[in-house]
Structure formats: C-alpha cells, structure tokens
Ligand binder design. Structure first.
Ligand SMILES: O=C(O)CCC(=O)C(=O)O
Ligand SMILES: [Fe+2]
Length: 279
C-alpha cells in the first residue's frame, strides 16, 4: 500500500483489538535511549528555577508547556523526528487505510508526583478531543473523518504513574449515544465533560506509543510515583479528512510557517505529513 516496507506494522489481531477497544499500546516505537533523549529535551523546557511561565498550564502536578500563548505545538528541528517516525506512520497508514496522512498536535505534558488526596484518580474531566469542530452537530463516523492520536511515553509509566485513562470500547459507546440523539456532537457539553463512564489507566514503557481513536473518552491522571511522566501527543488523519483545514484551539497556527532548520530536519515523508509538500 505504498508505505515503508521495512517497518513492521500491526498484526491482524492488533488491528482488530484497536478497532474493538479503541486504543492500543504499540511497544517500542522508540528505543529506550531515544525515549530518554526526548524526555530530557522536554524536561529542559522547564525553567531551572521552576517558575512556570504564565502562558503554560499547570495544575495538580500536570505541567503543559506552551510554545507561545495559545500555541502548544512544539515542532522545533529536534522534535520533528517524532512526527515523521516511520514505524508510527506505518501503523497509522494501516489503521486509516491510506498512505496519504497528515500529522498535527505535537503538544507535550510533564506530570510530576502529586500526593494530594483527590476524589478521583483523574486530574481532568473525561473528554474527547475529536477531529470534528465543535460547531458541527453530527459526527459522520467515516474513516475519512477518523483521527487517530495518542501519545509517546518517554518515561516508564507504571500503575498510578499518571498514565492516560481510557474507556475500553468507549469509542463505540460514544458512537451509539451520538447516533441515537439529534446533534450527537453536542452531547455532554460537546463531549468535554463525560461523567458516566468507567476508565482504566494505560501503563507502558519508555518508547511506547499509546494509540487512541478520536472518539475515545480519555483524561490525564494523578502521578503517585516519584518518576515524572513525560509525553508527547500526536494525531494523524487522512489527507481527505473533511475538517483537516479547520483550526481548533491548540492547533498549530498554519501561518507560523517552517524555518530553514525545521525544513532541514524533515524527511521526504515528514514534508508530506507536515503539509510542506502535497501527497
Ligand atoms: O496527559 C494526559 O494523559 C491526557 C491529556 C489530555 O487528554 C488533554 O490534555 O487533552
Ligand atoms: Fe485530551
């Protein structure tokens, strides 16, 4: 199907698991050394005196660096290799059944230990970040509309280590509920506040990528361990995604452009995934 042959994709069984559960951990996308390298790049963003800049987010031990106010995409030359990782691309192309993909997001999160007692293990409301804009009333439920995102774990994430929480099979529950109601995109405060579903924490090792369907309810959790959790979020969609051109909060402003150093870091695949060259 025109993807890089050398990169192993998912097995038939893994593909089935992804579509039935709505999430899947792809093991060892990065080597332990690569993961360590990216973890330290991200941790280096923290000001040495730990004074969190005003334009970042920080709550309950979860620190979200912002590149600039309102812009959480980090896509400097040192980070670009992650966007164009060939193994991850192969997996995404397999699942989305097209080699012509686009990548976005590239936001980061650092979750430090937080022992404060909270009612919930979650440090965010359970929510969706779907590819469908908030002012659209109905999901299409097509493969063209589907975005597959998720995160690289740059550190080992053991139980209660701040792993992302998901609802096994949750994307199918969302689809059923949204199909059964008029204006299904608008349910549960536009799916920003889902309070009726049970979650599980996704653990993993440094270098794993946690794949998630865009209709998977998910949330960040408290890290009860001393090991800081460091992650990067990425989303892949087909180039015929109906809303790809639509801007959403947190998306990279398309007018920022790429400088020479960024372009130099891009492979031919990266140039297409990042929209520099057309497929
Ligand atoms: O940090 C996490 O595990 C999830 C964060 C998330 O889903 C978000 O910020 O939208
Ligand atoms: Fe989210």
């Amino acid at each position: 199907m025109g993807v890089t042959k050398a990169e192993p994709g998912l097995t038939r069984e893994e593909i089935d698991t992804f579509w039935s559960e709505g999430y899947l951990v792809v093991r060892g996308v990065l080597t332990a050394d690569e993961a360590k390298h990216f973890a330290s790049l991200v941790l280096d963003l923290l000001p040495p005196d730990l004074s969190i800049p005003d334009h970042w987010e920080s709550f309950d031990g979860r620190i979200k660096p912002f590149h600039a106010a309102g812009d959480q995409t980090f896509d400097g030359p040192e980070i670009i290799p992650l966007y164009q990782n060939e193994r991850l691309y192969t997996v995404m192309a397999q699942l989305l059944q097209s080699p012509r993909l686009l990548v976005r997001d590239g936001s980061l999160a650092i979750t430090i230990r937080n022992d404060t007692r909270h009612e919930s293990e979650l440090s965010q409301q359970l929510h969706l970040d779907p590819a469908v804009p908030e002012d659209v009333d109905e999901f299409l439920f097509t493969l063209q509309e589907t975005e597959i995102g998720g995160c690289f774990y740059f550190t080992d994430v053991e139980p209660h280590g701040g792993g992302i929480h998901v609802v096994p099979g949750g994307h199918r529950i969302v689809e059923e509920e949204a199909r059964a109601a008029p204006r299904g995109r608008q349910l549960h405060d536009k799916w920003r506040n889902i309070s009726h579903l049970e979650t599980v924490e996704v653990t993993g090792a440094a270098g794993d990528f946690v794949l998630m369907h865009h209709l998977m309810p998910h949330a960040a959790s408290h890290n009860r361990r001393s090991l800081t959790r460091v992650v990067q979020f990425l989303r892949y969609a087909r180039d015929d995604q109906p809303y790809q051109a639509g801007e959403r909060p947190g998306d990279r402003p398309t007018d920022r452009g790429y400088d020479e150093a960024q372009l130099a870091a891009m492979t031919p695949l990266g140039r297409k995934l990042l929209g520099v060259d057309r497929w």
